[in-house]
Design a protein around this ligand. Structure first.
Ligand SMILES: Nc1nc2c(ncn2[C@@H]2O[C@H](COP(=O)(O)OP(=O)(O)OP(=O)(O)O)[C@@H](O)[C@H]2O)c(=O)[nH]1
Ligand SMILES: [Mg+2]
Length: 415
């Protein structure tokens, strides 16, 4: 287990530095790294060779010696030569936030697609830094960066890395193509789609599971949840059927974090495209987190970065059971709840249903007795409010989508 010192350069005395450093600590712990100490320095501009001032570097070396640290993690993204210079000056391995996040993703990836995406992002991170990576660093590989292309780094051969990268990209493209076909079929089926988005550890997977629990108790279908950063990397989609016979697909997605490495976002774009095609986004927020407003902003910006602008969104201020004082949500429409509370989950489902099916009509249809199958169809597939038998046929009052309204318009007697 690595024992690390965290370092953050703070430009123009940004008041969020404490938040970023706390997050960096969480990221390190998600990587099984023990954090011994955290240092920040206010700077106006980057010192080219060491990023921060040389006096501060000496101070870090002192802490590293005294505390017996074997790793220094920078909150800021470093160049290859900065890494090399810092390692020489401090005498430990030096990595940055980006590499740390890439490493967490590498250790969490389970599907072929996710593994390829992470590996491509890792190679793209490495390519511009090859010159700076010293041989000793490469021999020390193991632990951090050891997943994916880690071992291959011994050969530090740019050409080889570039070939690897394009091979992996081709492989990924094949998988993406296959998934696109699947997705097209789903779009054709016209079933409504909901995507769950939000900061990592906010409760996105818990939400999917709560809906599964509430609607069909099929625990085999549950997705993975855990109190750690980036528990979910792969998107997974589940089918929810409501009491009203209405249904939708719900997709759980990877969580966001501040300064999500650009290569990683690029690499995961194909997976995240599904978000933009959804009819509704559920933006889950850990309302018990001190900086949840900042986390909302980061999530919104990341969504913009992947090209999602105009999908309707409900803000779900989750973990209300952990709140010590009331909160005043600034985003609408919203709901404050605890996903651990079944009544709250029922209310949430109502809200989702109302939003997804807001265009539905209540209509009365007179179905001739000769078309009995149609009456059963409506009972199985729509929300029937009332049904009575008249001399001319069955009078069914029900909620209809605009599509069904036009399809069965000839039977409509009242709308
Ligand atoms: N107290 C409390 N804990 C909750 C609530 N909802 C979720 N959690 C916990 O929060 C932690 C994270 O939940 P997940 O559902 O895994 O979070 P996620 O957003 O999917 O996280 P990533 O996949 O890592 O991005 C778990 O330990 C959950 O049990 C809630 O309403 N109250
Ligand atoms: Mg999750």
């Amino acid at each position: 287990m690595y024992k690390a010192i965290l370092v953050g350069a703070n430009f123009q005395n940004n008041n969020l530095i404490d938040y970023y450093m706390e997050e960096l600590q969480n990221l390190a712990e998600a990587c099984d790294i023990e954090v011994l100490y955290s240092i920040t320095q206010a700077i106006d501009k980057i010192t080219p060779n060491l990023y921060i001032g040389s006096g501060k570097v000496k101070e870090i070396k002192g802490f590293a010696n005294n505390l017996d640290a074997d790793l220094v993690i920078f909150n800021n993204e470093l160049s290859g030569s900065q890494i090399r210079n810092l390692e020489e000056a401090i005498g430990t391995r030096v990595i940055d936030r980006t590499l740390l996040i890439l490493d967490i993703f590498a250790s969490r990836a389970k599907t072929k697609e996710a593994m390829l995406q992470v590996e491509i992002a890792q190679l793209e991170y490495m390519l511009p830094r090859l010159a700076g990576l010293t041989p000793s660093l490469n021999r020390q590989q193991g632990g951090i960066g050891s997943k994916g292309p880690g071992e291959k780094k011994i050969e530090l051969d740019r050409r080889k890395i570039e070939t690897d990268r394009s091979k992996l990209k081709n492989e990924l493209e094949e998988i993406v193509k296959a998934r696109k076909v699947q997705r097209k079929n789903r779009i054709k089926s016209k079933i409504k789609r909901v995507a769950v988005v939000g900061y990592t550890n906010a409760g996105k997977s818990t939400l999917v599971n709560a809906l599964i629990d509430f609607t069909n108790k099929d625990i085999d279908k549950k997705v993975y949840t855990k109190n750690m950063l980036f528990a979910t990397l792969e998107t997974s989609t589940r089918h929810i059927v409501l009491d009203s016979n209405k249904e939708f697909l719900i997709t759980d997605t990877v969580g966001f974090v501040s300064n999500l490495p650009h290569h990683l976002v690029e690499s995961f774009k194909s997976t995240l495209e599904e978000i933009g095609e959804a009819d509704l986004l559920l933006h889950v927020v850990d309302s018990s987190h001190e900086f949840h407003e900042k986390q909302i902003e980061i999530t919104r910006n990341t969504l913009l970065e992947i090209g999602v602008h105009d999908v309707p969104m409900i803000y779900i201020y989750n973990k209300a059971d952990l709140l010590h004082k009331p909160i005043y949500p600034s985003h609408n429409p919203h709901i404050v709840l605890s996903l651990k509370d079944e009544i709250d989950v029922a209310l949430l489902l109502q809200k989702i249903e109302a939003e997804l099916y807001k265009e539905d009509f209540i209509a009365s249809l007179l179905i001739p007795f000769t078309e009995g199958d149609l009456v059963s169809y409506f009972n199985e597939n729509t929300k029937v409010i009332n049904q009575e038998y008249t001399n001319d046929g069955t009078l069914v009052t029900l909620e209809l989508s605009p599509i069904l309204v036009s399809k069965y318009s000839k039977y409509i007697v009242k709308k």
